[in-house]
Design a protein around this ligand. Structure first.
Ligand code: UN1
Length: 499
């Protein structure tokens, strides 16, 4: 199916994608696949106002009933997994398996959120006063603003929206201007679920189409209780302080610079496969992509040789072809940034293999590259910065402590992994003195996390956690309650006041 049929099947009104000033080009071949009308800044305020009204009604709907809406969304997604996954491929350039995988991640979070809707537990707490009871109640927070990036154009919305909705909050979504079509498709599927659900208030889920100024408008709106923003560290550096300045809450999911350490005892077959998926998968455009390999001297030559072979045979091409492993970069800017990084790596003493433009004759308006492997003498500036492209920097180490120090010595702190069969090395990596990241793995790569865990990282990654575990708490406000069922009024801390 082509884009037009996919949009039709997914329930997007064709009028929404024609004649507007936001042009969307498929990274597959540069073809124009949509011209969307952009919202105006005032539209953002209006959407937030509608969402605020919706909040007043939705917050009193019992949470398990709110979960029912997400259960229905999960059903719609199951029906349209193939179509939506394919649209992700057209718009973000992901290979078919990864486009479908992204929709599966949405289905998984729906299931998680449905269960969660009956488990928004608070504590009961022992009171120091006789005849008193203390407890915590978790209440809906308010309007949630969601800002997402092109690389996970649908899953990140669902992580936020599924939790926000069961927690009692409406969502206003500003997707990347590079992936608005998939956003409209998500909204259409959500509306199908809403129609089956019946009595939800209007404005529970809204999409804002446009550029950065609209995201800023959302960030600055005092009625947006939580801003959940996924994207670059540069973006987060603006969003965080602006939301904090109005005492709003933010959840930041920013850049990563994820490393895999390979130690002498590692299973090199596993390691090579984990590295390949992490570094080359999604053309290096995941925030969890493997960007650094820190390998012990004793196994470095063998591992690098294996990787070079695997890199050589990884098919670069049209992501809609089943045999393709590496699809295109999102656009020319991404290609230019990659070439610049490779130049800098060379200037800083690196030896570069791969990284050249591919398929320029077949697709002159698209940006395919062979993935790059770069041997570096040490962790220079370019290695310490995130380039959103398939570049893997290889560093060698002799001492395990030094390897961990290298892993931690970058500004970002999202994902990390060690391949080892040595219990001490594994446990050290997982310990307080080990990796400083939000995701720390053993014998599995840095990318492709499941939704059940909290997802996010430290330092310049922003500190936010979304998706599983107790990430839901950021979408709710906590009230501490003390109830006196005695006939006295004892004060805390034994204070005597008056008679
Ligand atoms: C992202 O790249 O923004 O762990 C999200 C992973 C995916 C999500 C990545 N589950 O790679």
């Amino acid at each position: 199916m082509q884009v037009e049929q996919l949009l039709d099947r997914l329930g997007v009104d064709p009028k929404q994608v024609k004649g507007g000033s936001l042009a969307v080009h498929s990274p597959i071949d540069g073809q124009l696949i949509g011209e969307l009308t952009m919202h105006q800044p005032e539209d953002v305020d209006a959407a937030v106002a509608r969402a605020k009204e919706a909040y007043k009604a939705w917050r009193t709907v019992p949470a398990p009933r709110r979960g029912e809406l997400i259960r229905l969304l999960g059903e719609e997604l199951r029906k349209e997994k193939e179509a939506l996954g394919r649209l992700v491929s057209y718009e973000a350039g992901k290979i078919i398996a990864e486009g479908q995988g992204e929709v599966q991640e949405m289905i998984d979070i729906c299931d998680f959120a449905v269960g969660l809707s009956r488990q928004l537990y608070g504590l009961t707490i022992a009171s120091e006063r006789p005849g008193h009871r203390m407890m915590e109640s978790w209440h809906p927070l308010g309007v949630v603003g969601v800002i997402t990036a092109f690389n996970f154009p649908v899953a990140v919305w669902s992580w936020n929206t599924c939790l926000a909705i069961v927690c009692g909050n409406p969502v206003v979504w500003k997707p990347s201007e590079k992936s608005p079509l998939t956003a409209l498709a998500c909204q259409a599927l959500f509306e199908r679920a809403l129609a089956r659900f019946g009595d939800a208030p209007e404005g529970l889920s809204q999409v804002i189409i446009g550029e950065r100024d609209l995201g800023e408008r959302l960030v600055d709106n005092h009625d947006v209780a939580l801003v959940s923003a996924t994207g670059s560290t540069r973006m987060g550096r603006e969003v965080g302080p602006r939301v904090a300045a109005r005492f709003g809450r933010s959840l930041l999911e920013l850049g990563g610079n994820n490393a895999i350490i390979v130690t002498p005892s590692a299973d090199l077959d596993l390691a090579a496969r984990g590295i390949l998926f992490g570094a080359v998968g999604t053309a290096g455009q995941r925030c969890t992509s493997t960007r650094r390999l820190i390998v012990h001297d004793s196994v470095a030559d063998e591992l690098v040789a294996r990787l070079r072979k695997a890199y050589g045979s990884a098919t670069v091409g049209n992501p809609l072809d089943a045999s393709t492993l590496v699809g295109p970069l999102i656009d020319k800017d991404a290609f230019d940034a990659m070439q610049k990084a490779l130049e800098q790596a060379k200037a800083q003493g690196g030896t570069v293999y791969g990284g050249e433009r591919q398929l320029a004759d077949t697709y002159p308006d698209a940006w395919y590259v062979s993935p790059a492997l770069v041997e570096m003498p040490d962790q220079t500036d370019i290695v310490r910065s995130e380039t959103f492209a398939p570049i893997l920097y290889v560093l060698r180490y002799s001492d395990y402590e030094q390897a961990i120090a290298l892993q931690n010595d970058v500004p970002q702190g999202l994902s990390s992994a060690v391949f080892t069969n040595d219990l001490r090395e594994a446990e050290t990596f997982l310990s307080a003195a080990g990796s400083d990241c939000g995701i720390v793995n053993v014998n599995i790569g840095t990318s492709g996390a499941e939704i059940g865990g909290a997802f996010g990282g430290e330092k310049e990654t922003g500190g936010g956690r979304e998706s599983g575990s107790d990430s839901w708490k950021v979408y709710m406000r906590r009230a501490t309650n003390t109830v006196n069922y005695s006939k006295e009024l004892p004060l805390a801390q034994g204070i005597q006041f008056g008679d």
